[in-house]
Ligand binder design. Structure first.
Ligand code: MRU
Length: 342
């Protein structure tokens, strides 16, 4: 998205959230006046993307704190933290941000709890943007010649505090004059690629072509794609990476045709406490999201749908994991561990 970044607009005692469910046809803000409003916005995907839901959860805690009686503060915050963490289980950035916020509150008693949380959100916003710029540079450095890329879902300014992770790599390549073409999977069932990534790239005047998810293997087989670049919601210690459903299929196809498969994510997405990807909790969402397109049912009445929101790409299919601390290759259990102290 062209600056100014507009996904979140905090006011004195509210948070306006750009409603990503209706973009790009409608641009409207959800007016969140309570922590519960923020939980609802996260769980309904009005706001989404791993780093952004981490950031928004800190504003959620801030709204809980603003409404709490001082004597109930700890209880209210603990309950709010629990609701926020449960709103979306796969993206570890959410739990990371909530834990960081709770630790910040526990560590200080000179300012009001609300002030501590609001200021922390501003800090995390700045940090996340800086991390994305670094990811963009490390990721672009991986390519030595102009490339055509394929990406999935939305990993840009609408998924982060600005610039983006996988989309940050694409933006940096474009700035360097090294981007020939970007193909964007429409990303069923909720069309984050078709609606959000295409919109962001259009605002940046980066030529993008949207394809049905099912066309990716065909394009790759015809040599139209040089590499696949995706984000992540959680990276286990061995490099297995959870991302939007459909990512695993891309990784398998990329591997079959010998293309680099690049995962770009901030360090806050790496979860060294999990040794393997099969330990990552996978969110399952309502079957309505599959049964309906833009509010219209397309399945015959009575037919079931299944809607896992994420899949896990095994480390063996990943060429490089690009973080703000550097880009690493297999064996990831060693290379990621080395980044821990960077
Ligand atoms: O369900 P979503 O839209 O929140 O899923 C988003 C993704 O899978 C992104 O690829 C991931 O969060 C990385 S965002 C920088």
């Amino acid at each position: 998205m062209a600056e100014p970044w507009a996904a979140l607009r905090p006011g004195p005692d509210f948070l306006d959230i750009l409603d990503q469910r209706v973009l790009p046809l409608t641009q409207r803000y959800l007016h969140c006046q309570s922590g519960d409003d923020v939980v609802e916005a996260i769980s309904t995907l009005a706001v989404r993307g791993a780093p952004l839901i981490g950031l928004v959860s800190i504003y959620g805690l801030w709204l809980y704190a603003l409404a709490a009686d001082p004597e109930d503060m700890s209880k209210v915050l603990a309950a709010g933290a629990d609701k926020l963490k449960r709103a979306r289980p796969t993206a570890v950035n959410l739990a990371w941000a909530v834990d960081r916020a709770m630790a910040a509150v526990a560590a200080e008693d000179s300012r009001s709890v609300a002030a501590i949380l609001f200021d922390l959100a501003e800090v995390v916003k700045i940090e996340d943007r800086e991390q994305n710029l670094r990811i963009g540079n490390y990721g672009a450095d991986f390519f030595s010649r102009p490339v055509s890329l394929l990406t999935h879902c939305n990993t840009g300014s609408l998924a982060t505090a600005g610039y983006g992770t996988a989309l940050g790599v694409i933006r940096t390549l474009h700035r360097r004059g090294q981007l020939k073409q970007v193909y964007v999977d429409e990303t069923r069932p909720l069309f984050q690629g078709a609606r959000l990534t295409a919109w962001e790239l259009q605002q940046d005047s980066i030529a993008a072509t949207v394809i049905p998810d099912s066309a990716a293997a065909f394009l790759i087989s015809r040599g139209l794609v040089d590499a696949v670049v995706v984000g992540a919601d959680r990276v286990a210690a061995n490099g297995d990476s959870a991302n939007k459903i459909g990512t695993l299929m891309l990784a398998i196809v990329a591997h079959h045709y010998g293309l680099p498969f690049v995962v770009a994510a901030p360090w806050t997405t790496v979860d060294l406490s999990l040794s393997r990807g099969d330990q990552i909790p996978i969110e399952e969402r309502s079957e309505t999201e599959v049964a309906e397109v833009l509010g219209h049912r397309i399945l015959p009445e009575g037919v079931a749908a299944y809607n896992p929101a994420f899949d896990v790409t095994p480390a063996s299919l990943i060429t490089v994991i690009v973080t703000d601390r550097g880009a690493v290759r297999a064996p990831f259990a060693e290379s990621l561990f080395r980044l821990k102290s960077n």
